[in-house]
Design a protein around this ligand. Structure first.
Ligand code: B12
Length: 216
């Protein structure tokens, strides 16, 4: 079986909500020496993006979306430890606090960012999902991170990113921390308009941007 066939099977497993098939193919890919990041990006993420497209077009519904997300999580549970093993670096470039905005429960992408940052050596504190603005602020006070990562997957939760930035300003904490925003509906224009310090489109770019933010 070649790599493309493996990736196609991963995509199919996500589309069909097949957890066991996904786990099996993820393990097989690792045994064959396929880099875990390639499996995530070319196989599983491709699958979930396709599910998102079908959902938008009204061809699949919430239960399928939930099933696809569960498959994705099961596959990531196998692939991410390998990713971290392969990429661990010794220096600690900085401390990151990351979470998904209030009223938003999407965490697959945010956890990938957290995982890639951990793999790149950052000390990462993952606050989870549905994080209220006050919690972000109090964690910045308590943990004094170099970077605060804010993830929004819904257009309705993007304004929460702005709210957190404003709250940090109000508390006199804004100068102490770089704010990095992301999530599918977020873009550079939005990041600029709310006064964020950085935006990244995916987990790989997130590491690049995070590195450049801690250098500044
Ligand atoms: C899986 C999924 C779900 C799962 C989430 C499971 C989970 N544990 O995360 C479930 C089924 C629970 C779900 C629920 C809902 N969902 Co949903 N979901 C998706 C779907 C298909 C995929 C999201 C995903 O995981 N993508 C894969 C990851 C790898 O990509 P990602 O999240 O974009 O993350 C990458 C980047 O954005 C970036 N990134 C992410 N976070 C951060 C943070 C930082 C700091 C940085 C730098 C970068 C970064 O890096 C990541 C890795 O590369 C998307 C469609 C899509 N294609 O986005 C819809 C989607 C986001 N959902 C949508 C909707 C509408 C909903 C619901 C409201 C549905 C409903 N009627 O109930 C609920 C919302 C519940 C809530 N309050 O949050 C809409 C949002 C529309 C909009 N404009 O707001 C979408 C776009 C589907 C659609 N096309 O209509 N969903």
């Amino acid at each position: 079986m070649d790599k493309q066939q493996l990736f196609d099977e991963m995509k199919t497993a996500v589309l069909e909500g097949e957890i066991e098939a996904a786990e099996e193919i993820a393990r097989k890919a690792l045994e064959m020496g396929v880099p875990p990041l390639e499996c995530i990006e070319e196989g599983f993420v491709a699958g979930i993006n396709e599910v998102g497209r079908l959902f938008e077009e009204g061809e699949v519904f919430l239960p399928e979306l939930v099933a696809a997300a569960e498959v994705m999580k099961a596959a990531l549970a196998i692939l991410e430890p390998e990713l971290q093993k392969q990429q661990v670096s010794r220096d600690i470039p900085g401390k990151v606090v990351i979470g998904t905005m209030y009223n938003d429960i999407h965490d697959i992408g945010k956890d990938m960012v957290a995982s890639m940052l951990t793999a790149a050596g950052f000390e990462v504190h993952n606050l989870g999902v549905n994080v209220p603005c006050d919690t972000f602020v109090s964690k910045v006070k308590e943990l004094k991170p170099d970077i605060l990562g804010l993830s929004a997957l819904l257009t309705t939760t993007m304004p929460e990113q702005q709210k957190v930035i404003e709250a940090l300003e109000k508390e006199g904490l804004r100068q102490n921390v770089k704010v990095l925003v992301g999530g599918a509906p977020v873009n550079q224009d939005w990041a600029d308009s709310i006064g964020a310090d950085g935006f990244a489109e995916n987990a790989i770019d997130a590491v690049k941007v995070a590195r450049s933010l801690v250098k500044k």
